[in-house]
Design a protein around this ligand. Structure first.
Ligand code: FAD
Length: 433
């Protein structure tokens, strides 16, 4: 069948789905995108509630490094990026300090990781190499980094993958898209529209019946869509859950592989204050104090916070990730706000009442409770490389899986990973001549 007659259904209109749809439509395929929500972008979604002065990022916020696909799309869309700057501050055991490094004894850690010959979990690695009490600070900082940044559990996150990530990570080069990630996602959608891609929103796919070059997709609303190929870009967390899409015939081996990937939780706290109250603090008496604060790391129950520096903004963003976010996933919003206020009071040395009185607007986004995400992003487990290899193999050239979780390079769990996976899948889609 010729490309121009081949219909492809893409399930999910996140970064993977829309870039894949654009690429496929460029190649001449007839593309329909089915999306459960009513917008494109999925986990990269900017909103502007009335109570906030500026748009806020509910999910993805940073471009983690000089990432080629994301940056070239940003350029193509005519958008601007802002380099993230600012000092890192810390409060551990009540003590406030500033330093560039947030993993203790970095060189020693990397030396031991480089010497590791067989992959094990990072938890096992710490036990093997750094169980002595003199490494308490090293262990604590690795655990909080793995849980906080990768949203991972140390009990199954791969030491090899973290070694790769840390060797490649350019911690200095982080950017934000001016106006938010949704601007980029909406641009890609417009490009898809120009190519004739059909979008159906608020369409949750529930069933896929398939045969060679024959796909029948059913949605929760009872609608049916037909095609020759289907590309599934929904999050790994959704695919891992019980009430996920039912396939007929079943594809058991693919689902076994899906369960071998790690998928972490994140709760994001977006709190706009009436003023940048942290700027009044000057613990080092250098006249600058926390005026240039970028990130804040701590041993508070919500440990990580950041400003929008260098952008002039009174927003503080809090980050609870990994097992601590998973453990309290059903906590109510008011209780979470109380926890956030308590954490900020400890971090900045104010009373809880003082912090509360300065709040202008707040939103708390719990990605694990979002039924179409069921968490934040994937992290590499020891079994992940093998599982991914199996998942990216198309099923009889009819069913394809794509998404940030299926990307095989070092930028896993990012928008870049999603774009790369979408582009790769679109370029590999086969038609029989
Ligand atoms: C809190 C948070 C912070 C993050 N921070 C960053 C960051 O700073 N930088 C970065 O690069 N990345 C970040 N990420 C990760 C990044 O957002 C993701 O890796 C990326 O957006 C995933 O894109 P995707 O297309 O693979 O999946 P998604 O964006 O999740 O798209 C999948 C789509 O499928 C839809 N869907 C689900 N089920 C169904 C169904 N049954 N039928 C139809 N549609 C369905 C969903 O609604 C969704 O729109 C963050 C993620 C989160 C949650």
């Amino acid at each position: 069948m010729a490309i121009g007659k081949t219909r492809v259904i893409v399930i999910g209109a996140g970064a993977t789905g829309i870039i894949c749809a654009r690429e496929l439509s460029n190649r001449g395929f007839l593309v329909t995108v089915l999306e459960a929500k009513d917008y494109v972008g999925g986990r990269a979604h900017s909103i502007h509630p009335e109570s906030f002065s500026h748009p806020i990022e509910t999910g993805a916020e940073f471009i983690h490094g000089d990432l080629p696909i994301t940056k070239s799309l940003v350029r193509e869309a005519g958008l601007s990026i802002i380099k993230v700057e600012g000092q890192s501050w810390h409060r551990y055991n009540g003590k406030l300090s500033t330093s560039q490094y947030f993993i203790e004894e970095w060189d020693l850690l990397m030396e031991k990781l480089q010497a590791l010959e067989q992959d094990i979990s990072i938890g096992e690695f710490l036990k093997k190499e750094f169980s002595d009490s003199r490494f308490d600070a090293l262990r604590r900082s690795v655990v909080s980094f793995v849980e906080g940044y990768d949203a991972a559990s140390v009990s199954n996150a791969s030491a090899f993958a973290l070694r790769e990530e840390w060797l490649n990570e350019d911690f200095d080069a982080q950017y934000r898209i001016e106006g938010g990630y949704s601007k980029l996602m909406n641009y890609i959608k417009t490009e898809c529209d120009k190519n004739g891609v059909r979008f159906s929103f608020s369409e949750e796919v529930t069933n896929i019946q398939w045969d060679v070059n024959k796909v029948l997709v059913r949605t929760k609303a009872g609608k049916f869509y037909e095609s020759e190929k289907v590309i599934i870009t929904i999050p790994i967390g959704v695919l891992q859950s019980e009430n996920t899409i039912l396939f007929k015939p079943e594809i058991k081996d693919r689902f076994e592989a899906i369960h071998k990937l790690g998928y972490g939780s994140v709760v994001k706290f977006l709190i706009e204050f009436k003023e940048k109250f942290w700027e009044t603090l000057d613990p080092l008496n250098d006249g600058i104090g926390l005026k240039k604060m970028g990130f804040f790391f701590s041993d508070a129950s919500i440990p990580t916070w950041w400003t929008q520096y260098p952008t002039d903004s009174t927003l503080l963003t809090g980050w609870l990730a990994g097992p601590s976010a998973e453990a309290n996933k059903h906590k109510r919003e008011e209780a979470r706000l109380t926890e956030a206020v308590k954490a900020l009071a400890y971090i900045f040395g104010f009373s809880e009442d003082q912090i509360r009185s300065k709040i202008k607007a707040w939103r708390i986004i719990n990605w694990t409770e979002d039924v179409y995400s069921k968490g934040a992003y994937t992290y590499p487990t020891v079994e992940a490389p093998q599982a991914r290899k199996q998942l990216i193999l198309p099923v009889k050239d009819v069913i394809y899986f794509a998404g940030e979780g299926l990307y095989e390079g070092p930028e896993g769990g990012t928008v870049e990973a999603a774009f790369r996976s979408g582009l790769k899948t679109a370029s590999e889609l086969k038609v029989e001549s």
